[in-house]
Structure formats: structure tokens, C-alpha cells
Design a protein around this ligand. Structure first.
Ligand code: NAP
Length: 285
């Protein structure tokens, strides 16, 4: 029997995208250009191609121009950096991102530093991540921002709550932990070297799973009434699967996000929101 109520990312994201579309239309006439987002895809990872296609479609529907730059998998760090520097100078582009993952030979820490910090819609430039850690105004990475938006939308209070984040990547786990901390949660971050993860998850009031391990989180690892957010996406033969065993964990959680239809759509909606905010700063200030 399922107890958990669903945090409906699909519906929340659709409402947000529609509101962004209205705002973009209203701004025309006030500002000179249409908002523009550049996406750089390196290589031919099939999942990345799907995500890039979803981003282009969402942009189109919201009235945002999208520019796709597709580079071969053999691209060097310097070629990628040169392209990013060219995009920095393009006045029609207000937000830019490189679709991750990128091929392993590329030095991502070097490439990301060449993105104009004001156009960094993924919030992964070291300056933006540093500002996030310091609690300063910044560009919040899309996925963690989407999770926070969803939790707020459903009235889930975080102050004083024990939160466990599974995963410590720069794009999801670490910024997620910072945003939870900023919302006054007490945060534990677990990773592949963490020992006895169940003991930590069983004490959590809220769990954010972002490790890319299909159905890793089981009901036996979750305290009754816990809020469970599943960021993970794995593509298996049967379709998309999250890091949470949805059926099992639904028996004990109070709230849960499905996969698909949870965090994924929120990430795209937040990408549009970040693009709009970059546009307002660059174009209309
Ligand atoms: P990532 O860069 O590969 O990081 C994975 C993290 O999980 C690492 O910190 C790793 O630990 C940790 N980890 C791996 N196996 C573990 C285990 N058995 N126990 C505990 N920790 C473990 O991945 P990511 O970019 O953060 O993405 C994570 C997942 O979210 C993926 O499935 C990805 O597809 C999905 N994702 C979804 C969205 C969305 O919009 N829904 C957006 C972005 C990503 P170490 O640091 O020790 O290696």
C-alpha cells in the first residue's frame, strides 16, 4: 500500500514554463533582443542528445532562442574553450552551458572557467559556486534549484530538519547541500566512500538521492514520514529508473518524486528561469 503523496514535478514545471513564456513575451518591446540560450554538446552520448532536444523544445515554447553547438567527441580542451569564448562575445546569447558528461580527456575545470560568469546558466563556474557557498547572490544550478522550488511549492519546511544528500557532484550533490543548508536544514552528504549509509538515511527527515544507481534507496533505509526526492536517472531496458525504489519507498515516505515526472522537468524549467534572469541582467538592466 502506498502512503506517500507525489511531488508532481511535471505539473509544477509546466506551470513555471508557462509563466516564463508570458514574461518573455511581455518583455518584448522593453528590451532589444529576444532571450537566447547556447548549448554545447560534445560527442554523441544518446542520453545527452535527448536532454539537449528537450531543452531546445522548452526554449522554443517559452519564446527563448536556442543555439546548439555540436562538437565531435575528439574535441580538445582548447577547442572547447575557444568556442566558449566566442559564445561569450555573442550578444544574442544570454545564457550558455555545456551538456555534461563530456569526454574524459577534456579538462572540465579549465573549460568551465572560460564561460562568462554572467552567462553561466548552469551555475557551475567556480565564482558562482563560490558565491553559493558564501550565501551570496548567485546563479543556482538548475537541478538543485528545481528541487528547492518543488519542496517550497508543496510547503515542505526544511528549517531544523535532518537532510541527507546522496552524491557530491559539483552540479547536483554539493550545490544541493548548500541550498539545504541555506534553508536551515542540518545536512549530511554521502558518497561512494561513505560507510553505513543506511544509518544516516534512516535518521533523515528528507533524502535527496543523486548517485545514478538504479533503485538504490529501499524502504528499509527510510524513516517513516521522510520526504524523498529522486534526482537519479538511469536508462534501463524497461525505461527510465531513478535512484529510489519508488514502489517500495512509497510505503513509508510522506512525499516522493517519481521518475520520470519529478526532478527532470524541474531542471529544464529552472534552466529557462536562469536564462531569463541572465537576460534581464545583461539586456534590460
Ligand atoms: P556524478 O557526477 O556521476 O556523481 C555521482 C555521485 O554519486 C558521486 O558523488 C559518487 O561518489 C556518488 N555515488 C556513486 N555511487 C554511490 C553509491 N553506491 N553510494 C553512495 N554514493 C555513490 O553524477 P551527477 O551528475 O551528480 O548525477 C547523479 C544522478 O542524477 C545521475 O543519475 C544523473 O543522470 C542524474 N541527474 C539528473 C538530473 C535531473 O534533471 N533529474 C540532472 C542531473 C543529473 P564519489 O564522489 O565518491 O564518486
Amino acid at each position: 500500500m502506498s502512503n506517500a503523496k507525489v511531488l508532481d514535478g511535471r505539473r509544477t514545471a509546466a506551470e513555471l514554463r508557462a509563466a516564463i513564456g508570458v514574461k518573455v513575451r511581455d518583455l518584448q518591446g522593453e528590451c532589444r533582443r529576444v532571450p537566447g540560450l547556447a548549448v554545447v554538446l560534445v560527442g554523441d552520448d544518446p542520453a545527452s542528445k535527448v536532454y539537449v532536444g528537450q531543452k531546445e523544445k522548452a526554449c522554443r515554447e517559452a519564446g527563448i532562442r536556442s543555439f546548439l553547438h555540436h562538437l565531435p567527441a575528439s574535441t580538445s580542451t582548447s577547442t572547447l574553450t575557444e568556442l566558449l569564448e566566442d559564445i561569450n562575445k555573442d550578444p544574442d546569447v544570454h545564457g550558455m552551458l555545456v551538456q555534461l558528461p563530456i569526454p574524459g580527456h577534456i579538462d572540465w575545470t579549465e573549460a568551465v572557467r572560460s564561460i562568462d560568469v554572467r552567462k553561466d546558466v548552469d551555475g557551475t563556474h567556480p565564482l558562482n559556486l563560490g558565491r553559493l557557498v558564501m550565501g551570496l547572490d548567485t546563479v543556482e544550478p538548475c537541478t538543485p534549484r528545481g528541487v528547492m522550488y518543488l519542496l517550497k511549492k508543496y510547503g515542505i519546511d526544511l528549517s531544523g530538519k535532518r537532510a541527507v544528500v546522496l552524491g557530491r557532484s559539483n552540479i547536483v550533490g554539493k550545490p544541493m547541500a548548500q541550498l539545504l543548508l541555506a534553508a536551515d536544514a542540518t545536512v549530511t552528504v554521502c558518497h561512494s566512500k561513505s560507510i553505513d549509509i543506511e544509518t544516516m538515511t534512516r535518521e533523515a527527515d528528507i533524502i535527496i538521492a543523486a548517485i545514478g544507481r538504479p533503485e538504490f534507496l529501499k524502504a528499509s533505509m527510510v524513516k517513516p514520514g521522510c520526504v524523498v526526492v529522486d534526482v537519479g536517472i538511469s536508462r534501463l531496458d524497461g525505461g527510465l529508473v531513478g535512484d529510489v525504489d519508488f514502489q517500495d519507498v512509497s510505503r513509508v515516505a510522506s512525499w516522493i518524486t517519481p521518475v520520470p515526472g519529478g526532478v527532470g522537468p524541474m531542471t529544464i524549467a529552472m534552466l529557462l528561469q536562469n536564462t531569463l534572469e541572465r537576460y534581464l541582467e545583461l539586456e534590460c538592466a
